[in-house]
Write a protein that binds this ligand. Structure first.
Ligand code: BGC
Length: 746
């Protein structure tokens, strides 16, 4: 028997709002919005739907005139606090209806104080800290007049080739949802406060599934996968009150997402009852022509306006065509009014009609010590210890000498990562600087290579000699910021250039070899991991990379990050994500036949008819959720409050986690389930909860999770259902290990 629940969130929303009615203040706000719209000309309404890049209308005088004439509802990339205040003054005081402007900017992982790239932030598994970091970002950005950020990006992705994996929170929908909500709360804070910055749930939706990881590429996502994975962070953000959404670049199942009625109208508005505003991505309306979905800008405007995009970023399909489309009766003016209402609602929710336009908090908050402190803490918590043979790490601050090698040890700008419009390399403390400060002349620094893709070995001799003269080697390898981020897709995900050759040479010195990887994606570093005694994955850690790495390398803190994405052995293994399906022919480790073991004259038709790669085998390089610590944790005593759960009930699962090592450290305890039989096949594991705990040596903590029947709900192609049956459950340190139990959902 299957139990259908009232899935239609619309239904619930309608019920709720009918029961409660709109609050008086909301009523008043809606009346005010409709009043303004009734006084606007059609041109002015269409103007509100236009977001233009700074300089689009010409110099500042021309820009002011455009604002007075109501030709624009928002700008992006405008800089200068006073300049922005002046434009806002013109909008409020000199335009006919006094409608304020939204000033948008990509404040993705920091404004001037830069935090780790979002993939690094997600490795902390600490949404509260991400919220704090985005609050800091909002305080800094708002002090420069920014009142809208195009963040957080909540695209779920399985593809390390995709450069924008750096901007994502990885592969898991629950983890991504938790971070999406935290970041929205951080940016928006209290909307009445001058430091509030409207957040933007982007890119709606499915963009992270771009074929072959090539940016802007086609996506095909069946509805169950769309709903069970990709829509979840967006729904969580909508529920958390995110003020804006951004439609994406990708073609989803044949319909570009910036003209997609199913996602923008049916799901976002009708099902979810979303009241905020939708902006297109940069020229993504016009790009429907290149997609082959619109013949010209006029048709592109028609498709997007009907589908539900309220504001057009950068291109001018709306500005040039909406009036004509109304005149021809293709669309109604009411439709335009509704879009404008969505835009004005956001401006009102932000209090922009009433807030003084020059009330920016003082810019001395920029790079404030308290901001740098959050940046350092988050950087430290974002790094993942992947290997640590024989306790190579931490090393003593009293070490006789340490070789610090690699171009990324002193790459002030690159350590900030991708998407940092306002970040400045001069604000960074690099590892070379941080280690130099601690060790003085006991640090032997040599870059070895000039940059990651350098093909010249001319720096090798010096680097090798620095290593020979030291007690241990710290080699910084990876990618510069430009190798990840938008449009920067890679087909090969190995260390670029001849960094591996440099590591091979350093290995020959016989000195302890510690590899620190700085990168915007999970790289295929199997060979390098084999050579190194210890590996710390640092992502692009931001302004405080140097001090944060030193904190961990010298053992002031234990690493605590865990991978938010599966690490593959090589690009050929993609996609490889932990919640994959079992297949009809799952292989075990024993089934795997490796290519080198196949007899030359083998006449066999197959090597066992199992689902495997004869080169990679069946395991990834490292599983989702993985990360080591300087201490060791023992998981024990799994308990389920009941072996049965009713379809509207819950059970509690708990385990004891004991620190059996010598370091005080944090551990991220993870809860996974497996729904054994379903009306559609179910993933082999699904993350259902996580908790970070701190334990002193010898301490034990009982960690418990409440698992509700509704957490087991999924979309099966027809409906959202909670399906009775057998479940396996694990509490463990990563997606591959853990204490296992089971229960029945009845
Ligand atoms: C990106 C968005 C970004 C926008 C504005 C686009 O190219 O896809 O993520 O917010 O530009 O800069």
């Amino acid at each position: 028997m299957k139990i259908k629940i009232l899935t239609s969130i619309v239904g619930l929303w309608l019920l709720a709002s009918c029961a409660a009615g709109l609050s008086d203040s909301q009523d008043l706000q809606e009346q005010k919005i409709r009043q303004i719209i009734s006084e606007m000309t059609l041109d002015e309404k269409i103007g509100q739907m236009q977001q233009s890049n700074d300089g689009f209308f010409g110099d500042d005088e021309a820009t002011k005139q455009a604002i007075r004439d109501g030709k624009v509802g928002s700008f992006l990339n405008m800089v200068g606090a006073e300049r922005i205040a002046e434009f806002q003054r013109v909008a409020l005081e000199e335009s006919k209806h006094g409608i304020p402007l939204l000033f948008g900017r990509d404040v993705i992982h920091g404004f001037r104080t830069i935090f780790p790239i979002p993939l690094g932030i997600a490795s902390s598994w600490e949404p509260d800290l991400a919220q704090e970091a985005m609050r800091v970002s909002a305080v800094e950005a708002s002090s420069m007049g920014i009142n809208w950020t195009f963040a957080p990006m909540m695209d779920v992705t399985w593809d390390p080739r995709w450069g924008r994996i750096a901007e994502s929170c990885g592969e898991d929908p629950l983890l991504a949802s938790k971070f999406a909500v935290a970041m929205v709360k951080g940016f928006q804070g209290d909307l009445n406060d001058p430091t509030a910055v409207a957040a933007c749930a982007k890119h709606f939706v499915g963009y992270g599934m771009s074929e072959a990881g090539r940016d802007y590429n086609t996506t095909y996502i069946p509805e169950p996968l769309l709903r069970n994975v990709h829509l979840r962070p967006f729904k969580a953000a909508a529920d958390a009150g995110v003020l804006t959404f951004m439609s994406a670049f990708n073609d989803l199942n044949g319909v570009p997402t910036s003209g997609n009625e199913f996602t923008l109208k049916h799901i976002l508005r009708d099902e979810w009852g979303y009241k905020g505003m939708v902006v297109s991505d940069w020229a993504s309306i016009e790009e429907m022509i290149a997609h082959g979905f619109a013949a010209d800008k006029k048709q592109a405007a028609e498709i997007s306006v009907k589908a539900g995009v309220d504001m057009e970023m950068a291109s001018t399909c709306y500005a040039d065509n909406l009036k004509q489309l109304i005149k021809e009766g293709v669309i109604s003016e009411d439709l335009v009014d509704n879009h404008v209402a969505n835009i004005l609602r956001v401006k009102m929710e932000m209090g922009l009609f009433d807030k003084p336009y020059d009330n920016h908090v003082s810019t001395d908050t920029i790079l404030a010590p308290s901001h740098l402190k959050v940046s350092r803490e988050l950087a430290r918590k974002s790094m993942v210890l992947l290997k640590n043979n024989d306790n190579t790490l931490p090393i003593s601050k009293n070490i006789r000498s340490l070789a610090v090698i690699g171009p990324l040890a002193d790459a002030a700008r690159d350590q900030l990562g991708t998407w940092i419009f306002d970040g400045n390399g001069d604000d960074s403390t690099t590892p070379k600087e941080a280690f130099g400060e601690i060790l003085g002349n006991r640090m032997n620094y040599s870059s070895g290579l000039e940059y990651s893709r350098d093909k010249s070995t001319k720096g090798f001799a010096k680097a090798i000699s620095a290593a020979q003269n030291s007690d241990a080697i710290l080699i910084f390898a990876g990618e510069e910021a430009i190798l990840s981020g938008e449009a920067n897709a890679r087909g090969i995900i190995d260390l670029p250039g001849i960094q591996t050759e440099l590591i091979t040479e350093l290995k020959k010195t016989g000195k302890p070899l510690i590899l620190v990887v700085m990168a915007g994606r999970p790289l295929g570093i199997g060979a390098e991991m084999d050579m190194a005694d210890a590996v710390l994955y640092a992502w692009h850690p931001g302004t405080m990379a140097g001090p944060a790495i030193a904190d961990l390398v010298f053992g002031d803190f234990s690493p605590s990050g865990k991978l938010p994405v599966t690490f593959v052995k090589g690009a050929g293994q993609i996609p490889f994500y932990y919640y994959r399906k079992n297949t009809g022919r799952p292989a075990t480790e024993n089934d795997v036949v490796y290519i080198d073991d196949i007899p030359r004259d083998s006449k066999q038709l197959s090597l066992g008819f199992k689902s495997m790669h004869i080169d990679y085998g069946i395991t990834p390089l490292l599983p989702f959720g993985y990360g080591l610590s300087y201490t060791e944790f023992k998981y024990d005593n799994l308990k389920l409050s009941s072996k049965e759960m009713s379809t509207d009930g819950a059970i509690t699962l708990s385990a004891d986690i004991r620190n059996i090592g010598n370091y005080e450290a944090e551990e991220i305890v993870q809860l996974y389930i497996h729904d054994k039989v379903g009306s559609i096949t179910r993933p082999i594991k699904e993350l259902k909860g996580f908790e970070k705990i701190n334990l002193k040596p010898g301490d034990v903590k009982n960690v418990s999770f409440e698992l509700k029947a509704e957490d087991l709900q999924f979309y099966n192609g027809d409906d959202y259902i909670i399906e009775p049956g057998d479940f396996e459950v694990w509490i463990g340190p990563n997606s591959d290990e853990g204490l296992k139990g089971s229960f029945v959902l009845k």
